[in-house]
Design a protein around this ligand. Structure first.
Ligand SMILES: [Fe+2]
Ligand SMILES: [Fe+2]
Length: 211
């Protein structure tokens, strides 16, 4: 029977989109940026990673654990999230004018790249093998609902950090906008060209919160 959930982008595509978005933000952080821009970019990255990690832990990993108890990555993914949370806490309590801020941010970036590589080359393809497209879309819909709950209380702060963090880079705004458009174009391709749920997901991702 037809369900609105089937119009949702799949959970695996949403996770990839989150990863792309946080990497675009990491790439804006360079040593020569002012402390206020560095702090805004770090805030955007930290909040995006926290929301993404919570979504994976609540919606995605439990399903994967049930489907494949022997899959090794899913068992080390949460401890890796906790390592990232430790670095996020350290980054938040470090002044952006302190040279340690750059060091901690780059350490976080290295951990995120490693973790994302494991997810995108192991866990997401595994999910797409083990689950139907309809099930992946249903989980995508669940993730969107939970994302809205997590983003709502932080929406104002997220918008402000994003505006300050990206203010010095027209190129970044263009690249970010293009990647968002390309991702949306990919994600909105539905059987029969349906697109009614696209708006919901696009809105849910219009503030920075990916990893
Ligand atoms: Fe993860
Ligand atoms: Fe992830």
């Amino acid at each position: 029977m037809f369900s609105m959930n089937q119009l949702s982008p799949t959970i695996t595509d949403m996770i990839r989109f989150d990863h792309s978005h946080v990497m675009v933000t990491f790439h804006q952080y360079t040593k020569d940026k002012s402390p206020s821009v560095k702090k805004a970019l770090a805030d955007t990255i930290c909040t995006a990673l926290e929301i993404h990690a919570t979504l994976e832990e609540e919606v995605f990993y439990p399903v994967m654990r049930q489907l494949d108890k022997g899959e090794p990555f899913v068992h080390k993914a949460e401890p890796e999230h906790n390592d990232m949370r430790r670095l996020i806490a350290e980054l938040r309590r470090t002044s952006a004018s302190d040279p340690r801020h750059d060091k901690v941010l780059l350490e976080l970036m290295r951990d995120v790249i490693h973790h994302v590589a494991d997810e995108e080359t192991t866990l997401l393809p595994q999910a797409e093998t083990l689950m139907s497209k309809a099930r992946l879309s249903e989980l995508g819909s669940q993730m969107t609902k939970r994302r809205m709950e997590l983003v709502a209380p932080k929406a104002g702060k997220l918008a402000k950090s994003h505006a300050v963090g990206f203010s010095g880079s027209t190129t970044a705004m263009v690249v970010g906008g293009l990647s968002a458009l390309l991702a949306l174009r990919t994600l909105v391709k539905k059987p029969g060209g349906a697109s009614s749920n696209t708006h919901t997901w696009a809105n849910a991702n219009s503030t920075p919160h990916a990893s």
